[in-house]
Design a protein around this ligand. Structure first.
Ligand code: SF4
Ligand code: SF4
Length: 98
């Protein structure tokens, strides 16, 4: 098992629209010359917001992450609840560039 789970990005499907970068609450992913990249990987809470907003299905949370009893990601409490609220309120991408 990997020490840290990150979403998988398929750069062949990615159109570099930037939606995942704009919506990532932890600023874990940023746009580079090669496409979106995990520039702050330890900020990723594996919330799946990026997966939800990607219009191409190019970024995906492919692991099921479970935390040991009494443990949780330091960013995963109130922020996580807010993310779930936002993503369940709208199934359509909210920041997609043409
Ligand atoms: S899973 Fe969440 S925190 Fe991680 S890169 Fe995607 S939007 Fe950002
Ligand atoms: S949202 Fe999808 S298509 Fe847009 S930059 Fe991110 S991975 Fe690429």
């Amino acid at each position: 098992m990997a020490e840290w789970a990150l979403p998988h990005i398929n750069l062949e499907l990615c159109t570099r629209c930037g939606a995942c970068v704009e919506q990532c609450p932890g600023h874990a992913v940023a746009m580079t010359a090669d496409g979106p990249s995990f520039v702050q990987p330890f900020n990723c809470t594996y919330c799946a917001t990026c997966e939800g907003v990607c219009p191409q299905g190019a970024i995906a949370c492919t692991y099921v992450v479970t935390w040991a009893p009494g443990k949780q990601h330091p960013l995963s409490t109130a922020e996580s609840a807010e993310i779930k609220k936002r993503t369940s309120a709208s199934s359509a991408p909210s920041a997609v560039r043409p």
